[in-house]
Design a protein around this ligand. Structure first.
Ligand code: CAA
Length: 397
């Protein structure tokens, strides 16, 4: 087994790190404080090639592998979670799911725009009464000739106000409640009956756009459906295999950011004539963060590798997301401890890492969902069936 990263991976890491420093961090503290997002961020990410990560060149992508996508997520979240959330939603949940489930015609229509950022994609699964219990969603479609009539609402939708199109999961209205039938549709925002509204008052990711989206008799062409009628829930679950991967990788970036801040602070701040980094209780916290970072990288690299070679990775991806998000929250908590009262103020970035890392333990599967999923696999109550469609393996044909 080869654990080394290629020179290309290292260059991608460096370029994503520089992007975070020059395009994400300037003005961020104010935007975060004021709950304002940078509308140009998506364009800048598109120009930098990040939105084409892990998409074949024949569809306008960068032809980079899935581990590169993870590395970009890690380095972007080292700057701020808002940039990684864009990768998770636009690239992970939307573009990669389209790559997995789309027909050639669908991929040719949408992927080139998505890969360059000319088209922004988002994902709509969660509803006011359907979060962890995703299959209880109520948004529904009725068939009318070569269109579906879509009604309902989705909430906690990242990029709700910016995305040009949404991958929406709905149930067919005529299916009996005990035999639900789901569809996955690409819904352009310019269709009549579509509207969105921003959500305010979030604890974290305050410089990112999150909102609700509403469908009032929206006529969606049947040709916008991913997979067959009845595949919708599987499309959603496989989207989460991609989104959770990016979240797991990003969580490592939060830990690295905590270490960046703590290494400096622990060397600068002196107590009893020596840097606090010399105190063993501080060292214990630093060592714990290093453990989270290094274990976290191995976990997400493994998933990236499984994507590269085409192995089913639902279980490993859930594990990486679960372990890394917990480790990121723990690291941010410890980073505040090391900074003392300064850590409690927005004079230092660690309070932002603490708020941002808390959200990642909820979205894309709560701590509890991943705990149950892991136990069910282990006990033999859950197993994976062969997939109807898979992502292209790397190198891309
Ligand atoms: N890929 C393809 N198919 C899959 C799959 C995958 N990864 N996982 C499951 N399936 C298939 C199963 O094989 C099964 O197929 P059959 O019907 O043929 O048997 C079907 O999908 C149903 O799967 P399950 O039996 O596992 O379904 P479940 O109801 O038991 O799922 C659950 C339970 C795993 C907890 C699931 O509901 C879940 O993951 N919940 C959490 C939802 C979540 O993460 N939400 C986050 C929303 S996105 C977000 O937060 C970001 C944003 O910005 C909007």
């Amino acid at each position: 087994m080869d654990f080394s990263l290629s020179q290309e991976h290292e260059l991608i890491r460096e370029s994503a790190y520089k992007f975070g420093q020059t395009c994400v961090l300037p003005g961020l503290a104010e935007r975060d404080r004021e709950h304002v997002s940078d509308k140009d961020l998506l364009k800048k990410m598109g120009d930098a090639g990040f939105l084409g990560m892990a998409i074949p060149a024949k569809y306008g992508g960068t032809d980079s592998d899935y581990i590169s996508l993870g590395i970009v997520c890690e380095e972007l979240e080292r700057a701020d979670s808002t940039a990684r959330v864009v990768m998770s939603v636009h690239s992970g949940l939307h573009s990669m799911t389209l790559m997995q489930w789309g027909t050639d015609a669908q991929k040719e229509e949408w992927l080139p725009g998505l890969a360059t950022g000319k088209l922004v994609g988002a994902f709509g699964l969660t509803e006011p009464n359907a979060g962890s219990d995703a299959s209880s969603l109520r948004t529904n479609v009725r068939r009318d000739g070569d269109h579906y009539i879509l009604n309902g609402e989705k909430t906690w939708i990242s990029l709700a106000d910016y995305a040009d199109q949404f991958l929406v999961i709905a149930r067919t209205a005529d299916a009996p409640a005990d035999k639900p039938n789901y569809v996955a549709l690409i819904v352009p925002r310019n269709l009549e009956g579509f509207s969105s509204r921003p959500l305010k008052g979030k604890l974290g990711v305050r410089a990112g756009n999150t909102g609700q989206i509403f469908f009032d008799n929206v006529r969606v062409p049947v040709s916008n459906r991913l997979g067959d009628e009845g595949d919708g829930f599987k499309v959603a679950m496989s989207a989460l295999d991609h989104g959770r991967y990016t979240v797991a990788a990003g969580a490592v970036g939060i830990i690295t950011a905590c270490l960046d801040a703590c290494n400096k602070y622990a060397n600068d701040r002196t107590v009893q004539g020596e840097p606090i980094g010399r105190k063993q209780l501080v060292q214990q916290m630093i060592a714990s963060m290093v453990k989270g970072r290094d274990v976290g990288r191995l976990l997400y690299y493994q998933v990236g590798w499984m994507k590269n070679v085409g192995l089913r990775h639902t279980r490993e991806c859930s594990m990486a997301k679960w372990v890394n998000c917990e480790a990121a929250f723990d690291a941010a908590n410890k980073a505040i401890e090391i900074h003392g009262a300064y850590g409690y103020s927005d004079e230092f970035p660690v309070e932002r890492y603490f708020r941002n890392s808390r959200g990642a333990m909820i979205y894309e599967g709560t701590h509890e969902i991943h705990t149950i999923v892991q136990a069910e696999y282990e006990l033999g109550y859950r197993s994976d069936k062969p997939l109807k469609y898979t992502l292209p393996t790397y190198p891309f044909a």
